[in-house]
Design a protein. Sequence first.
Length: 359
Amino acid sequence: MEKETVLVGLSGGVDSAATAVILKNAGYRVIGATMLIWDPSLPVPQGEHAKNACLAPEKEDISEIEAIAQKLGIEFLTVDCRERYRQVVLENFRSEYACGRTPNPCVLCNSRIKFGVLPQAARAQGIHFDKFATGHYARVVLDEKTGKYLLKKAVDLSRDQSYFLHRLTQEQLSKVLFPLGERTKPEIREIARQAGLSVADKEDSQDFYCGDYNDLLNFPNKPGDIVTLDGQKVARHNGIWGYTIGKRKGLGISGFKVPMYVVRLDAAKNQVIIGPKEALFAHELQADNVSWVAGEPPAQKFECQIKIRNLHLPAEATVTVLENGSICARFAGPQMSITAGQSAVMYAGDTVLGGGIIK
């Protein structure tokens, strides 16, 4: 019987390298593939901050990944994703910040680029494979009753990355493998160590870009007012994109009896609105551009847990699906710093239901 072929997204880190090891040891024919997303025309300074970031010069990484593939005795190719990455991820990143929203570029990158463009482009290059695998900590399970694929949290909740994968479709989930979903990080490092890989103790990547986000935005100054909730002008800013909900330091304000935080950004008025900490809490959010893992919501109104950002503890909420397809979520208790542009991801226990972009 011919071996199944798996295309593994290799990043140069220990997780993706261990993924290739696990699958090869399981009897699959493994092919490694790396996305090229770095565009040298980007006005991004290079330096120490560029290390362990997705958006960074790839020359050294490619050599390291080639060495991993050679050590494992697997085929390796690079896939040029630069144009689509610029269009889908970076342009969205810039437009969202310009509108006073704070996007999460990893969510779009995963669904549209890593699990979309990368395998499609590999096939266009003549590479034939049955499954696509990555080093994400998550699980996929086929529900025999419904015939639907379920996206679930990793067993090791401290490493769980299901939040970033909530926009994957049934078609994508049917062809994906997450070998790390049942394992812990120490186990993964040991697997890489046993395989003789130099990345076994490599530090984790931190972000899609580790420098100042203004390097990527490259917006000209657009001065405006910093105002209190009652409209009092207290300072000036050079662009609302330099502020995020919950920011306290560097506001250039003084004379208040209590600490003041950024509580809202008003792009139409070009204002940064500040208020006391209690003004950061809200019981409700609305989200649009909703993606459902099953292809449809579980009901028009249902109970679930919601993460309003990756490191947020899931909070109990009642979700109502509106006629236009967006959602309104009412939390059982107030949530701090609900931020427009971030993803609100819905869970039923350890199963991801879907998510939308907070309005």
